[in-house]
Design a protein. Structure first.
Length: 152
């Protein structure tokens, strides 16, 4: 076993890039809304991640989204990035972003013609299956929130 092998080091280095660590240390839109339209919770028992998303809709638009919770750097950074990207988007745009993010994590590269922005910091997650659930937790949770909103 080569604990300090270059291949292992590069994978971990890529995974915990500066962008990811910045979102983890200085999360965007962290906190709770006073009067959310929808509140949804997600957990990842494998890693101990716990996440609450507060969503505020104005008609067909996600006007505000915040998160609160605790977890690993990947899940918390992914939640922070999600709030920046999806805030102000229509429900159709939110659903497209969810699908594009799933493809990105599954395939290890952005779908053709899609600019992933800060989410590119999560590119290494696809190579570490145990971390996929960490990265996708916020995205699956917001998907539940959109379904809940449509049902109300």
């Amino acid at each position: 076993m080569e604990f300090g092998s270059r291949k292992r080091y590069c994978t971990l280095f890529d995974l915990y890039s500066e962008i990811l660590l910045d979102h983890y240390r200085l999360p965007r839109n962290k906190g709770r809304l006073d009067h959310p339209t929808v509140t949804v919770e997600g957990t990842n028992p494998l890693c101990g991640d716990e996440l609450t998303l507060d969503l505020e809709f104005e008609g067909d638009r996600l006007s505000r989204v915040t998160f609160d919770g605790k977890g690993c750097a990947i899940s918390m950074a992914s939640a922070s990035m999600l709030t920046e990207i999806l805030q102000g988007k229509t429900i159709a745009e939110v659903e497209k972003w969810i699908a594009d993010f799933r493809a990105f994590i599954r395939d290890g590269h952005a779908p053709e013609g899609v600019e992933m922005g800060d989410l590119t910091a999560l590119i290494g997650v696809s190579k570490l299956p145990v971390r996929v659930k960490c990265a996708t937790l916020p995205w699956m949770t917001i998907e539940e929130g959109v379904r809940k909103y449509r049902g109300s």
